[in-house]
Design a binder for this molecule. Structure first.
Ligand SMILES: *Cc1c(COP(=O)(O)O)cnc(C)c1O
Length: 351
């Protein structure tokens, strides 16, 4: 049975009433194009992408590719300049500055709070358990009339574990606002994507990205998957030409190279196993947390000191010891075999 929810009623009134900017390419994209004040002489170098022309505002081809890959419809897909744009747009669509609130579950990805602060939206925090799982009843208890969005990150950054799916579903069912499930690391996870459940939960927004499993952090391509109503509000608010032609060309190219993506994911997962098995043998390492991502969180004696000395050795990892339940924790991204070996060489040197 699918949940009933009135998305329109959740949207800020000014956004509901917004007349979006109509870009030149909305009406005509063919013919003698003298409508957009572009430079018809062309780019200043050889160029096969017509870079002198504005990109398509709605990125139909790329959204088709993503939809086919994730087994949803193009109308379920938003593409933006990294997940960061999608997060910011969700604030702008649903949260009235100075009034509305969101819930986050620390320790988690810092961008939700930063984006909330930028948008002058109040943040309520409901900690994860010590095992880094959600506390669904506490989350639902923390909901106020002004609470518009709950952010869940699964697999979670920086803890690397997936949330129990039953807890996520409990929040989706119990909350009548938007539930964002950030799946940036889903392709490294044993757990399936919630994108397959968009029809059951009209309040679900799944965030994905080309920055991690696709190996394309440099092109800045973030994805939101949600019901068509939510997607069309995001489209309405976004900058008209948010995704540029260079990015969309490379993003589309990725879907013709899925075999390489799968191979790289497999290599990372294999290395992940090797790194874990090696890491747990160190006397100074107190705990290696379970991971469903392309990184590992581990507890080590004098973590801050280790972090600094590793940097002196030229190996940069992340100190996460200031996060709740993360005392003396470091976060290590799984690299190539050679990079991971360098990590262990440095660790051997300083311990
Ligand atoms: C890396 C990461 C992202 C990706 O952000 P982009 O802006 O798409 O590069 C999103 N969410 C989490 C939790 C991440 O760790």
């Amino acid at each position: 049975m699918s949940k009933q929810i009135n998305i329109d009623a959740l949207v800020r009134e000014n956004i509901r009433n917004l007349k979006p900017y109509r870009s030149a390419r909305d009406d005509f994209d063919r013919g003698i194009l003298l409508d957009a004040n572009e430079n018809s002489m062309g780019a200043p170098f050889e160029d096969d992408l017509e870079l002198n022309r504005y990109p398509m505002p709605y990125q139909e081809e790329l959204r088709e590719k993503i939809a086919a890959f994730r087994d949803v419809h193009k109308e379920n897909v938003f593409v933006g300049v990294g997940s960061d744009e999608a997060i910011d747009l969700l604030f702008r669509v649903f949260c009235i500055p100075g009034k509305d609130r969101v819930i986050v579950n620390p320790p988690t990805y810092g961008m939700y709070k930063v984006s909330a602060n930028i948008n002058d939206v109040q943040v309520d925090e409901v900690l994860l358990t010590e095992g880094f799982q959600l506390q669904p009843e506490n989350i639902l208890d923390a909901v106020q009339p002004e609470t518009k969005i709950i952010f869940i990150c699964s697999p979670n950054n920086p803890t690397a574990n997936s949330m129990n799916i039953s807890d996520v579903v409990r929040v989706l069912e119990g909350f009548n606002g938007i539930v964002v499930v950030d799946e940036a690391y889903i392709d490294f996870s044993r757990q399936g994507s919630l994108a397959n459940n968009l029809n059951d939960f009209p309040n679900l927004v799944v965030l994905q990205t080309m920055s991690k499993s696709f190996g394309l952090a440099g092109i800045r391509l973030g994805i939101a998957l949600a019901n068509p109503e939510v997607i069309s509000y995001m489209m309405k608010v976004k900058a008209p030409y948010n995704v540029n032609k260079l990015t969309s060309k490379k993003a589309i190219q990725a879907f013709s190279n899925l075999g390489n993506i799968t191979t790289n994911i497999k290599s990372i997962l294999k290395e992940r196993e090797r790194v874990i098995n090696k890491l747990i043998k160190y006397e100074a390492v107190d705990y290696v947390y379970p991971t469903d991502a392309n990184f590992i969180l581990f507890k080590i004696k004098n973590a801050m000191d280790v972090y600094k000395k590793m940097a002196e050795e030229g190996v940069i990892i992340r100190y996460r010891g200031n996060e709740p339940h993360c005392e003396d924790c470091l976060r290590l991204t799984i690299g190539t075999q050679a990079e991971n070996d360098r990590f262990f060489e440095a660790l051997d040197k300083i311990k």
